[in-house]
Design a protein. Structure first.
Length: 84
């Protein structure tokens, strides 16, 4: 799958069957090469780790490296703040 890197928290995934614009031309049913011209890169997402849904949550972040986008998961603790 291809995606366009925006920042470490946001990517735009390739959607098959959409209409895209390259050099002021409308492309219906674009190929991977067309997406690559628009800056899309190969997306590689690691396997989601197991976690305790009652005390933890998963956050994904993206890294642009070697002309590919890597998706990494991070397990975070759920913090409960009490107001008195």
């Amino acid at each position: 799958m291809l995606a366009k890197y925006i920042n470490e928290h946001l990517i735009i995934r390739q959607r098959k069957g959409e209409i895209i614009y390259v050099n002021d031309k409308q492309i219906i049913n674009p190929k991977d090469e067309d997406y690559i011209k628009l800056g899309y890169k190969e997306l590689i997402i690691e396997e989601m780790p197991t976690y305790n849904g009652e005390t933890e949550y998963i956050e994904i972040f993206y890294e642009l490296k070697d002309n590919k986008i890597y998706g990494h998961y991070e397990i975070k603790k759920i913090e409960v703040k009490c107001q008195t």
